[in-house]
Write a protein that binds this ligand. Structure first.
Ligand code: COA
Length: 383
């Protein structure tokens, strides 16, 4: 064993429904190119009434565990900023659906879109202490803004499951990273709101501040130099944000950076929309799946969560994602389109905890949110 720790395997899941942003543009009286070119988005995933962060996260983890098995997993971390309970973690629900043993610690992490990276770093710490252990990290989110708001075309939904282990097959994470935190009100979701509140322009400048701050910290701590990093995977609230961020980083460094990876890493996110905590790892998967020449080279991963925290990791690519590109494409193609009237109706659907309710059977995924009983959320396998 080399002492290397990182991501051994990674899987993506999304929702039953999809909305074409050309339809949304037509309904909102906006030029479709504003979304397609201006934001870099084509479609957005949208959950059926019996889907949420738990069903998506458990679906991604189930597919992952079918390949890797669950041996050695003693920790399940669930990162999300669209949490479904103020106390019980989404990890506890997912633990039950996945049939993991009782000898597992299960916990939820929150710091906007950044929490998946916090989970990854904590997982690496656990594996460093005991290299026999493996940690299941799930990052799952439904990005939801108010109808007719500027954020509406940047909604979306997806989950990523990652197995963190010693001697990883996919990606070896370097010990040194750059971090940056600033107390900013660029995006938040109050406890009594089902949609996020956002100052979009402030969030874009806070993202860039965090990138440059994390970059400078990485360099000050002796991390990988610019010429050692073949490509950077970025958190993509909309894919054009990565283009803007890389331009600002290039100006900061006073050097040109290769734009080709920006196209490669955006392939999945253009069709999923924003997936908050999962977005960076969806971009990473697309980059690895789309560019086999990265094997044996170092990549950067920039994680940003409003509020705000940024972290720039670097990592050595050990292998490309065998067969994942075909799986993701099949998953994207299998989604069922929603017209705008039906999307608007579903956007308003909620299941308050004070009324027992059963959800309609819609999802074709392996797990479903069955409804509310006695104030508690009930999940079940799709039989
Ligand atoms: N063809 C091509 N591009 C067009 C266009 C057209 N017909 N019309 C507009 N555009 C471009 C604009 O020039 C702009 O590009 P630029 O930023 O490179 O100049 C882009 O489309 C977006 O237009 P803009 O008017 O700035 O959009 P907006 O104010 O309606 O909202 C966000 C954009 C991102 C602020 C909004 O979607 C939002 O708040 N999203 C949620 C928050 C978020 O994702 N933050 C990111 C950091 S975490």
């Amino acid at each position: 064993m080399s002492g290397a720790i990182g991501i051994h395997d990674l899987e993506i899941a999304t929702t039953h429904h999809v909305i074409d942003l050309a339809d949304l543009a037509a309904a909102r009286g906006v030029d479709a190119d504003k979304f397609r070119i201006g934001l870099g988005q084509d479609r957005m995933s949208f959950p059926a009434p019996d889907e949420d962060i738990v069903t998506m996260g458990a679906a991604a983890a189930k597919a992952l565990l079918e390949r890797t098995g669950a041996d050695g997993i003693r920790t399940l971390m669930f990162a999300t900023e669209s949490g479904i309970d103020q106390s019980k973690s989404a990890a506890a629900f997912a633990h039950g659906l996945l049939g993991l043993p009782a000898q597992v610690r299960a916990v939820e992490l929150k710091q906007a879109c950044y929490a998946g990276t916090a989970a990854l770093q904590a997982a690496i710490g656990i594996v460093a202490r005991n290299p026999q252990e493996r940690v299941l990290v799930i990052a799952s989110d439904v990005a939801r803004y108010a109808l007719h708001s500027p954020g509406e075309p940047t909604q979306g939904a997806a989950a990523v499951a990652m197995l963190v282990a010693a001697d990883p097959a996919l990606l070896e994470i370097d010990p040194v990273s750059g971090v940056f935190t600033a107390d900013v009100d660029d995006f938040w979701r109050p406890n009594d709101s089902s949609v996020a509140l956002v100052d979009g322009k402030l969030s874009m400048s806070a993202y860039v501040d965090a990138l440059l701050g994390a970059w400078d910290d990485l360099q000050a701590r002796g991390g990988a130099r610019p010429d050692e990093i073949a490509a950077i995977a970025y958190h993509q609230p909309f894919t054009k944000m990565a283009v803007k961020a890389q331009r600002r980083l290039a100006a900061h460094l006073g050097t040109a950076l290769d734009d080709e990876p920006l196209t490669t890493m955006s392939v999945y996110n253009r069709g999923l929309g924003n997936s908050y905590t999962a977005s960076l790892y969806v971009a990473l998967a697309a980059l690895l799946d789309g560019d086999a020449s990265l094997v044996g080279r170092r990549v950067g991963l920039f994680s940003y969560g409003s509020g705000s925290v940024g972290e720039l990791l670097t990592a050595l690519v050990r292998s490309a994602g065998a067969g994942r590109a075909e799986r993701v494409q099949r998953m994207l193609d299998a989604r069922v389109g929603l017209g705008i009237a039906e999307y608007e109706r579903l956007h308003a659907v909620s299941y308050p905890s004070d009324t027992d309710a059963e959800t309609p059977r819609v999802t074709a995924g392996p797990f479903r949110f069955a409804g509310i009983r006695g104030g508690a959320r009930v999940y079940e396998p799709v039989g």
